[in-house]
Design a protein around this ligand. Structure first.
Ligand code: BDP
Length: 697
């Protein structure tokens, strides 16, 4: 196995009694229709044939019990007569029911929805039940997605490179378009299987060429391919496109020629791609052009594109990621966008990263969530592991994402979770949802590290339903990807669920954040990132309080501000994000901050080794190739975790001049240097033995 099939392997169910019951329950598939319905039908045939280990035929009408009937009230008379239209309408065009019904003399399984997409998602749901070995005697499923927009963001460039991609080059072969490669369909199936309904195929650092006439024509067949799987194509747009592509002298949103240019461009796109989703824009951020270049606001810029897309039903997604330096990074997005609340067009959305910095392993939720009651908002998550170990480290992000979804912003009173904001229920949003910066590339297994595909899967499943637990989602991915062997499921699910905290512990405990090196964000560069974690001789952490710091805590609603503002209530895991504290500050555990940092780097490495051993122990439950390839990644993870430990422990020892209670380790590492530091240190040093502090040296 090479991992190319991801979680859609559909291997024959290996539990004989279950297999027999599934074979009785599903016997044939009733012809469904064209387009998305044909995709749903094809997937059911493929999936059921694989899982049942026998070929499943397509029939015009049910002839045996166990026929699967899929469709909408328009496409299927059986659905029309057995599913009340009102019931389906309530679930919306992407929601579905899966249940049994009696049709004439046979028992059938209905997969029904008010819309074709819902039928497709229902088909995947049905297959998931079998992949995860659930009982199907009592089928009574009714689902609808929590987030209307569930968007993949690819940061893929025209030259085939992928910004922050760790799995080879782009999956999209731009120069070969309009030729459609078979793997575009595989891509679309994988995305649709977890409910992704739109995809931005190019980098937010956008090359204007993506909007050229030649490119639009070339992209049209790709859009057709995606459409068959319920996915709308979208493009990142460079704000200066009118200048770059057609030599206009300005991109000022108030310039009539610029407005005409965008309107004409939109019309051109919709001529070729009638269901084009719209634009995604990174403006006035990290060197990208934008409306601020002309003294206009971000809302002015967004509304320019929104106006052009509006007649065609398109949306513009405007990113809130703006910053000009470590000092104000956590504040700038809030301070720029919050005052603009209510000024964005009805078909514009602001896309907000999950935290106020930049996809760190631990951050508080972004203060803009809940603070834009009159601006359609959505969340941006990073599926590709830029700051979380790239394709070397196991770091399952679902627990991290769940924390953000569950975060109570108090925006419309207590209980205004981020999930309710981006799900569109907290405020009267016309559009909302979630975007994931994707981790797919040209590697055979798509994600480089086989286990990184769990993040792709988890992103989609959580976007569909943020109420699902991380355990449930991990369990589902493991079973579908590796099979349902009991010890494998238990061990691998546990590994996934602990992996983020393990990575965090040797990378950046207590919310210090941003300790990766300059360009590639993989290796430690704790010294060069001092402006972010603000370590000095007196202590560590960034004072973002209202009382004495930058005031970031004040951007949250009062109930949240008070929690983060006070040292007594700020959660330890975010302590250094919000506070600058002495190294001897005591955590709730009773440990000092510095000892916690030391301990955490040591235990992090030990736990990384443990992950490796656990995986080694799965040798008999995992096929040889995938086992070998993942083990090689764990080898590198352990080596790298050791580098992290040694670099960071050394750094913080030098900064704090406080000894780790593992004195012998320090002496072995530093030898004479320890003496030098000890002798020259003006600051008192603390030595702890066991759990007890012996006081200053
Ligand atoms: C940062 C990445 C950079 C992206 C930027 C963004 O390092 O490559 O362009 O985010 O989101 O995390 O625009």
């Amino acid at each position: 196995e090479d991992g190319h099939e991801l979680w859609l392997r559909y291997r024959q169910v290996d539990e004989p009694r279950l297999l027999a019951s599934y074979r009785r329950a599903f016997t044939q598939v009733v012809k469904a229709g064209d387009g998305v319905l044909a995709s749903a039908q094809a997937e059911l045939v493929r999936g059921l044939s694989g899982l049942l280990g026998r070929s499943i035929g397509v029939v015009d009408a049910p002839t045996r019990s166990g026929a699967v009937v899929l469709g909408t009230p328009e496409s299927s008379p059986i659905v029309r007569s057995h599913c009340p239209a009102a019931e389906l309408e309530k679930l919306g065009p992407e929601g579905y029911v899966v249940r049994r019904a009696r049709v004439g003399k046979v028992d059938v399984v209905l997969v029904a929805s008010a819309g074709e997409r819902g039928v497709l998602y229902g088909a995947f749901h049905l297959l998931r039940l079998l992949q995860t070995q659930r009982g199907v005697e009592k089928l009574n499923v009714a689902e609808r997605p929590a987030n209307p927009l569930r968007l993949a963001n690819h940061w893929d460039n025209l030259d085939g490179s992928v910004e922050r991609g760790y799995s080879g080059t782009s999956i999209f072969h731009w120069y070969d378009l309009p030729e459609i490669k078979p793997h575009y369909v595989e891509y679309a199936r994988a995305m649709a299987s977890v409910g992704i309904n739109a995809t931005v195929v190019n980098n937010v650092n956008a090359n204007a060429e993506f909007l050229s006439s030649e490119m639009i024509e070339k992209l049209a067949p790709l859009a057709d391919t995606l459409r068959a799987w319920g996915i709308k194509l979208q493009l990142s747009a460079n704000f200066a496109s009118p200048m770059v592509l057609d030599g206009l002298e300005t991109a000022d949103p108030f310039d009539p020629a610029v407005r005409t240019w965008w309107r004409d461009k939109a019309t051109e796109i919709y001529t070729h791609i009638p269901d084009f989703g719209g634009f995604l824009v990174k403006a006035n951020s990290e060197g990208q052009p934008g409306p601020v270049d002309y003294g206009r606001t971000h809302a002015d810029g967004a509304n320019l594109l929104a106006e052009a897309l509006e007649p065609h039903g398109g949306i513009v997604i405007w990113r809130a990621f703006v910053w000009h330096g470590p000092e104000t990074w956590a504040d700038e997005a809030f301070e720029t966008f919050q005052p603009l609340d209510g000024e964005f067009a009805a078909n514009a959305l602001v896309q907000i990263k999950n935290g106020p910095i930049d996809f760190q392993v631990r951050e508080p939720a972004h203060p803009l969530f809940g603070a834009l009651p009159r601006t359609n908002s959505m969340m941006e998550l990073q599926v590709t592991q830029e700051y979380t170990g790239q394709s070397t480290h196991l770091c399952y992000a679902v627990p991290l994402w769940k924390e953000v979804y569950d975060f109570d912003t108090h925006g419309a009173g207590p209980g205004t979770t981020v999930a309710s904001v981006v799900g569109g229920t907290a405020f009267d949003y016309g559009h909302s949802g979630v975007a994931g910066v994707m981790n797919f590339g040209s590697s055979t297994n798509w994600t480089g590290h086989h286990l990184a595909a769990a993040n792709t899967h988890g992103f989609g499943r959580l976007a569909w339903n943020p109420q699902l637990s991380a355990e449930q989602i991990a369990d589902e991915w493991v079973r579908s990807t590796f099979g349902s062997h009991r010890s494998l499921v238990t061990v691998l699910t546990g590994m996934l669920l602990h992996s983020r905290e393990i990575y965090e512990s040797y990378n950046s405990p207590l919310g210090a954040g941003f300790v990766q090196g300059g360009g590639d964000h993989l290796d430690p560069c704790v010294r060069c990132n001092e402006p972010w974690h603000q370590s000095d001789a007196s202590g560590v952490g960034f004072d973002r309080t209202v009382a004495t710091g930058t005031g970031t805590t004040g951007h949250y609603f009062p109930a949240v501000t008070s929690v983060f503002e006070s040292l007594d209530t700020c959660p330890d895991e975010l302590l250094l994000f919000f506070h600058h504290v002495p190294y001897t500050h005591r955590l709730r555990s009773g440990k000092t901050v510095i000892q916690h940092i030391y301990d955490s780097h040591f235990s992090g490495l030990e736990n990384a080794s443990r992950l490796r051993s656990l995986w080694q122990g799965l040798r008999r439950q995992v096929d040889p190739r995938r086992h070998r390839e993942v083990l090689a990644r764990f080898d590198r993870q352990v080596d790298h975790a050791r580098q992290w430990r040694d670099t960071l422990v050394t750094y913080w020892f030098e900064k704090s001049r406080i000894l780790d209670r593992r004195r012998s380790w320090v002496q072995a590492q530093f030898g004479p240097m320890w003496t030098v530091l000890h002798e020259s240190s003006p600051a008192p040093m603390e030595l702890t033995v066991g759990n007890a502090t012996s006081g200053a040296l």
